[in-house]
Design a binder for this molecule. Sequence first.
Ligand code: CA
Length: 230
Amino acid sequence: MNAVGESASERSVVVIEDDPSIADLIEMYLRRAGFRVLQAATGERGLQLIEQQRPVIVLLDIGLPDIDGFEVCRRIRATSMLPVLFLTARDGEIDRVLGLELGADDYVTKPFSPREVVARVHAILRRGQPVKPDTSVLDIGEGIEIDLARREVLVHGRSVALATREFDLLSHFARNQGIAMSRQQLIDGVWGADWYGDDRTVDVHVRQLRKKLGDDLPLATVWGIGYRLG
Ligand code: CA
């Protein structure tokens, strides 16, 4: 599902990766995060898809059967600043990604967790395109949508009433999907760094969110850290 007000192409991701098991895994997680995913198993096919589909980001393997990922990145950079997230296999590749200054926006090292990949994608896109709070609807999957303008949360189309801080906390999670955050980080992000209070405030609000939004809320407790949405 795409965020309301954006066309499908604005949320497309091209994944250039010749290992189908890796590409499929990434695709599954990105789709759950609301992206449209297009796979290419060769560099040339990837460049074609980028031209035709105008994705918001490219995930790029380095060892490809035709031209390698470095060359693909060079050709992308010749015409655009489209964000590129490298999927690297070896330390030597990381050195080249960083050393050649190809204009890669970030990289993840295999074997990576698909959640990590989704978190990086969100982080890169946030850098380039700040969320427009007056127009955005955030889709957090499992039938839950957050309308930032109306400050309304819909679960399978049904409006659920949240208190102010509960809504703020939920939208903060939604903007940082896939990222585990400590209670202190959540307090800083939602209540503000100069708020005097107790970590348990976060737990109380999380409990309320779980109670009100039910089992569909993909909010996990991360032991020793805090909480993570998605
Ligand atoms: Ca490969």
